[in-house]
Design a protein around this ligand. Structure first.
Ligand code: MF3
Ligand code: CO
Length: 261
């Protein structure tokens, strides 16, 4: 069942997303060569709890951490570890869900670590554009397939591939609600979008082939060809006439300045 949110609920979700956005600002400050993903996880958990939020991934189906930290060829659900130390030229996708006042916020951002090669930077920029193009379809009267089509088209024209095993989702009181939001599809297919739906739109795009395997920890998904992948995600309210992005990357932007993607 798809839960339509009231205006009041959407404002509560904007609040949980604001806290998540602020946590991303702290993460952005900390990302640098020599920093471990466990350090990032610790600071994120402390920041979220200090501000009254709940790190919702921790304990979700046994997941052990606040953040998912997926480095280079890791696509999603990388587990933070003191053994994973960032180095110049890496990319790191950080994905996090925060609960506040009973409502979940979900967003993700792929950060470059220092200078990265130009093809990987093109992957990051293209994936970020895919997110914006998907979001632009989150309008009442459009369909789920319109979102997927917009994302897939842009990624594939750029020569990249779209992950199929993981998809976006409805979000609200629960992290994962109906409907599923694939990053591929056909225009005019799927569920009709209605005012008050809230969707986590999250393109996961691979520089090489889209095939994934699960690492031995049974969480981390990585590309088979070990080429990098990027992941950007917003929680978005479907509105009449214009999508309403509830998530914010503004705090990341403050930190990254002209390096903001
Ligand atoms: N943003 C991720 C998702 O939409 C968060 C899930 S991580 C988990 O699936 F650990 F909580 F599963
Ligand atoms: Co999500």
């Amino acid at each position: 069942m798809i839960f339509l949110k009231t205006d009041e609920e959407i404002e509560l979700m904007r609040e949980s997303n604001k806290l998540l956005g602020m946590a991303y600002g702290e993460i952005a400050k900390a990302i640098a060569p020599g920093v471990s993903t466990a350090q990032l996880d610790k600071l994120a958990e402390e920041f979220i709890r200090d501000h009254g939020g709940i790190p919702s991934c921790k304990g979700y189906e046994g997941y052990p951490a606040t953040l998912c930290t997926s480095v280079n060829e890791q696509v999603v659900h990388g587990i933070p570890s003191d053994k994973v130390v960032l180095k110049e030229g890496d990319i790191i996708s950080v994905d996090c869900v925060v609960g506040l006042n009973g409502y979940q916020a979900d967003s993700a951002y792929t950060f470059p670590v220092g200078e990265i090669n130009s093809e990987t930077m093109r992957l990051l920029k293209t994936t970020r554009e895919c997110l914006n193009l998907g979001v632009a379809q989150a309008i009442a009267g459009k369909r789920i397939g319109d979102i997927g089509f917009a994302v897939q088209q842009h990624a594939e024209v750029a020569g990249f591939s779209v992950v199929r095993e993981f998809v976006g989702h409805g979000i609200g009181r629960d992290m994962h609600e109906e409907p599923e939001v694939p990053n591929y599809g056909r225009r005019g297919n799927g569920v009709v979008l209605k005012n008050g739906m809230v969707l986590a739109i999250e393109p996961m795009i691979c520089l090489g082939r889209r095939n994934l395997i699960l690492e031995a920890d049974e969480w981390t998904a990585r590309t088979v060809d070990r080429k990098p992948a990027a992941h950007y995600e917003y929680s978005v309210a479907v509105r009449n006439g214009k999508a309403d992005v509830l998530s914010t990357f503004d705090y990341i932007k403050e930190v990254l300045g002209d390096k903001f993607i």
